[in-house]
Design a binder for this molecule. Structure first.
Ligand code: HEC
Length: 147
């Protein structure tokens, strides 16, 4: 016969396993692990850093607009980055930036940061703010279908 004691022990066993799995996932996703990030996590981090919610529409304007220099983000990534872009200087193909069309995108904070830094310097003449990065990423995440 199953006593309350047995049942509690069983229950404890059952609840301990998922907790262990969760702990494993957290430790595997620690700093320095490639592909531990997701676009949603990066977006939340940028928005928190900016101190305000991201605005996808503002992100689209930022991405497709000029910022007093020769290039826009869209010059290389295309105005609809659900498709491949083409480097404005070298002509090299650039895989889609929208994460729904390229699962590698925004899965590594260091990589995203490196390219934001380089590309914002080219397009805006300075690094992008956390708010600008949050807006652009929020817009990219909304792109789910090819127009
Ligand atoms: C002169 C061409 C060029 C311009 C202009 C440009 N990019 Fe890029 N971008 C690249 C290239 C090249 C890569 C790296 C190759 C790749 O990842 O496909 C890249 C990669 C990125 C990534 C990396 C994403 C990831 O996690 O994989 C981000 C973010 C990005 N660009 C954002 C922007 C934003 C925002 C702008 C405008 C401020 C911009 N880019 C303008 C060429 C450009």
């Amino acid at each position: 016969m199953m006593t309350t004691q047995h049942f509690t022990t069983l229950l404890r066993g059952a609840t301990r396993a998922p907790r262990l799995v969760a702990m494993l996932i957290v430790s595997l996703g620690g700093p320095g692990t490639a592909f531990a990030d997701t676009p949603q996590k990066l977006l939340a981090a940028y928005a928190a850093q900016a101190g305000r919610a991201a605005d996808a529409q503002r992100g689209q304007q930022f991405f497709t607009g000029l910022h007093g220099r020769e290039w826009r983000c869209a010059s290389c990534h295309g105005a609809t980055p659900t498709q491949a872009g083409q480097h404005a200087a070298t002509g090299k193909a650039i895989r889609p930036l929208a994460p729904a069309f390229n699962p590698d995108r925004f899965t590594e904070a260091a990589k995203a940061e490196k390219w934001f830094r380089r590309n914002c310097n080219d397009v805006v003449g300075r690094e992008c703010t956390a708010a600008e990065k949050a807006d652009v990423l929020a817009w990219l995440i909304t792109l789910k279908e090819r127009p």
